[in-house]
Ligand binder design. Structure first.
Ligand SMILES: NC(=O)c1ccc[n+]([C@@H]2O[C@H](COP(=O)([O-])OP(=O)(O)OC[C@H]3O[C@@H](n4cnc5c(N)ncnc54)[C@H](O)[C@@H]3O)[C@@H](O)[C@H]2O)c1
Length: 707
């Protein structure tokens, strides 16, 4: 039989099954057609088994074995029964591979995730290349599902229960070397020799476990120890996810209940759980995020006619909190950056910042010491403009002052080449106005990083009337290259994220004024799934910084963006947040919260008003939805997806809710509108009156995602 998606040939009694055959995409996935062909091939293998010495599963792609099951297939599941049947169909094929009487070897030269690793696990042996591109893992939990092709059954048998739980519950990946260390991988080889070396494994018995591994197996292979392992894993999941996520708990249920089960009954419960989870709201929301992220990997804007510049050499103006982080990012991406500040003292701070980011990666073993040295040393710290003529990208991160920034741009423009791209990391100043400082503003845009640069994945690219499409596209490509998530935003007060964050912070101030306790406010937001409550977040940002940004947004948007006077009182007292060890909370010498700041609480009205958690949540999230709608109305971003991507990656809006506007759509816009109207009457007209877009969408019976 001939196949289109998988190559299949037999040479010297060895069958070669090649994934990614005729595949033009970078990654091979297990889609319906591939699974159908795999099923037929496996039946052929069973038919020829008596004449075979062994089977090698390999890939035609250098950097991918199989990246997983096709997510389109998963998201097409409409009912639990569909999901369960899909899972059972995959399990059946992999069971047939496991049941082959001959030696089966998975030769993994690159990405081997989800269904890909499940296929590899059904082989008797896994060998991998020693290339960096090898990634072995079961990341299904990140999509709110359980691995559905027998992964939860087979992985513990290979690597032991604790390692399997760690991998399955976190979705983390291992390279070949680490895979070998935990017993998942038999051997690693140079990628050019991988297929040849597979032949050496025929006739060899499976690798014997080391004495240490056998001892570990013995220690964990009894009912009592397993019970303790599951209990600890459950505690850790609850701590990490605060109980918001169903999938890891379901995975634990299936794996724990399956300890004594045989293959058929274990896999039946895995398939049932897969069906249940894959059509649930959480998984649908997480799948939605996956698709958003995938679509953000392609520049969405208008293309210009000119050449899109590759940004290879970079410079950063200002070596403060942000400058140090930006120089680190440039160095990490081999841009040999120049970091310029006014004096040596400033430069030292920036160098310290970048070194501390690299040290973090070094400690977590994500970076070798040699690479740390090389990258940190590649940052050229200086107080003049030497070398600026050779850079492709300048990111300005000097003090937040329009006059200073304009002067800086007027000067730097005379030092760089004609086609260098110039950007500002301003968090609140008008990009449109700043652009007037440049002779050629077509090569200028805002590039708004969030603090801390090494942790925050979002970058807003802020356009203005004269920014050329080539400039915006070059910046978009560069942000993607640094592995961050770009969102293109039109200039306006607070751009995208800070504008929608504004009601989150402001409303907390008004609630405090009304006598709601700080703890109730922050807890209500945490229990909604936010990573921090608004008071805690203000401490993190700096209450003085928050106040300045709030003023700019208030000036730009009017009454609905007014803020409470309480933050001003904190600033007067010098309670600026974590950086001064006192804000809404007090902080210990390690910067950890040590409790509420009693002196701050004394400034607020007595916390005598009891409000339900749901009411506090409505007070805070309704005006955020309203503001997000005005962002769409004002065409600050193209669509609802950009808003949701911005808030998930910019402020950690709870991913399981799919994004603020996805959440609003699922609640129903009619309900949101009615709640806003009632709050406009009972709380404040300016802050809660539904905006035109919400009224229009309700009248047209449409959702944000249909706008
Ligand atoms: N800190 C944040 O949380 C954050 C987040 C996003 C954006 N931003 C923006 O980033 C920019 C920098 O903020 P920061 O927090 O890093 O400030 P910072 O005060 O820590 O650092 C500013 C640095 O710029 C230097 N500087 C001043 N004038 C200069 C000039 N002419 N040439 C070179 N260096 C000069 C200063 O010496 C100082 O080292 C601001 O526009 C701010 O709004 C800050």
């Amino acid at each position: 039989m001939s196949y289109k998606r998988i190559s299949f040939e037999t040479k010297e009694n060895i069958a070669y099954v090649g994934m990614g055959y005729n595949c033009t995409k970078a990654m091979t996935v297990l889609d319906e057609e591939t699974l159908n062909e795999l099923q037929d091939i496996v039946e052929e293998l069973h038919g020829n088994a008596s004449s075979l010495k062994g089977v090698i599963f390999h890939s035609h792609k250098e950097r991918c074995f199989i990246a997983g099951a096709d997510i389109n297939l998963i998201s097409s599941m409409k009912t639990e029964a569909d999901g369960q049947a899909g899972s059972e169909a995959g399990q059946k094929i992999l069971n047939r591979i496991e049941d082959l009487k001959v030696t089966t070897i998975a030769c993994v030269g690159g990405v081997c995730l989800g269904g890909g690793l499940e296929l590899a696990l059904s082989c008797k042996k896994i060998i991998t290349s020693d290339d960096k591109s090898v990634q072995l893992g079961l990341p299904e939990v990140k999509l709110g599902i359980i691995p559905g092709f027998g992964g939860t059954y087979r992985l513990p048998k290979k690597v032991g229960l604790p390692t399997a739980l760690d991998m399955i519950l976190s979705g983390k990946t291992l390279d070949g070397r680490k895979g070998k260390k935990v017993g998942l991988v038999e051997e690693t080889y140079a990628k050019e020799r991988l297929l040849d070396m597979a032949l050496k494994h025929f006739g060899k018995s499976e690798k014997k476990k080391s004495f240490k591994e056998s001892l570990e197996d013995l220690a964990t292979d009894n009912v009592l120890t397993k019970k303790i392992i599951f209990q600890k894993a459950r505690e850790s999941v609850l701590k990490k996810t605060k109980g918001f996520y169903q999938a890891p708990l379901k995975i634990l249920d299936v794996m724990e209940a399956g300890v004594m089960k045989g293959r058929a009954s274990y896999l039946a419960s895995e398939a049932e759980a897969f069906g249940e989870l894959c059509v649930g709201d959480q998984s649908k929301n997480l799948q939605h995020i996956f698709f958003m992220v995938e679509s953000s990997k392609k520049y969405p804007g208008v293309k210009g006619e000119g050449k899109v510049k590759k940004l290879e050499r970079g410079a950063c103006l200002g070596a403060g909190t942000m400058g140090g982080g930006i120089a680190w990012l440039m160095a990490k991406n081999d841009m040999k950056p120049i970091m310029k500040d006014l004096n040596q003292g400033g430069l030292e701070l920036g160098l310290k910042q970048s070194a501390s980011n690299f040290m973090g990666a070094l400690k977590r073993k994500r970076l070798s010491y040699d690479d740390f040295e090389r990258m940190q040393r590649s940052i050229i710290a200086q107080t003049d403009f030497r070398g600026f003529g050779h850079v492709d990208l300048v990111i300005e991160a000097v003090v937040e002052n329009m006059d200073i920034k304009k002067k800086v741009f007027a000067e730097v423009e005379t030092k760089v080449s004609k086609d260098a791209i110039l950007t500002s990391n301003t968090s609140s100043l008008s990009i449109q106005e700043m652009s007037t400082a440049l002779e050629d503003s077509s090569r200028f845009a805002g590039l708004h990083f969030f603090n801390p640069v090494h942790m925050m994945p979002l970058v807003e690219i802020i356009t203005h009337d004269n920014a050329s499409p080539e400039t915006v596209e070059a910046l978009y490509n560069w942000v993607l290259k640094t592995k961050k998530t770009p969102v293109v935003v039109k200039d306006g007060p607070g751009f995208l994220v800070n504008r929608i964050l504004m009601p989150f912070m402001n409303e907390a101030g008004f609630l405090l004024e009304e006598g709601v306790s700080m703890k109730d406010i922050d807890d209500a937001c945490l229990n909604f799934g936010m990573p921090m409550g608004p008071c805690r977040l203000l401490d993190e940002v700096g209450i003085d910084v928050g106040q300045k940004v709030a003023k700019i947004i208030h000036d730009g948007l009017g009454d609905r963006a007014a803020s409470s006077s309480l933050t001003g009182k904190l600033v007067e007292k010098g309670f600026l947040g974590r950086k001064t060890s006192k804000g809404f909370y007090i902080y210990d010498e390690n910067g950890k919260v040590a409790g509420p700041n009693a002196e701050a609480l004394a400034i607020f009205p007595k916390a005598s008003k009891k409000m339900t958690e749901v009411e506090i949540q409505k007070r805070i999230f309704l005006p955020m939805i309203n503001e997000a709608a005005t962002v769409l109305e004002d065409k600050i971003v193209e669509n609802a997806m950009a808003v949701d991507l911005g808030l998930i990656f910019g402020i950690g809006f709870p991913p399981f809710r799919g994004g603020l506007l996805k959440y609003a759509d699922s609640e129903g816009l009619e309900r949101i509108q009615a709640e806003l109207v009632s709050h406009a009457e009972s709380v404040d007209k300016a802050r809660y009156t539904p905006c035109k877009l919400i009224n229009d969408l309700v009248a047209q019976k449409k959702k944000f995602y249909e706008f």
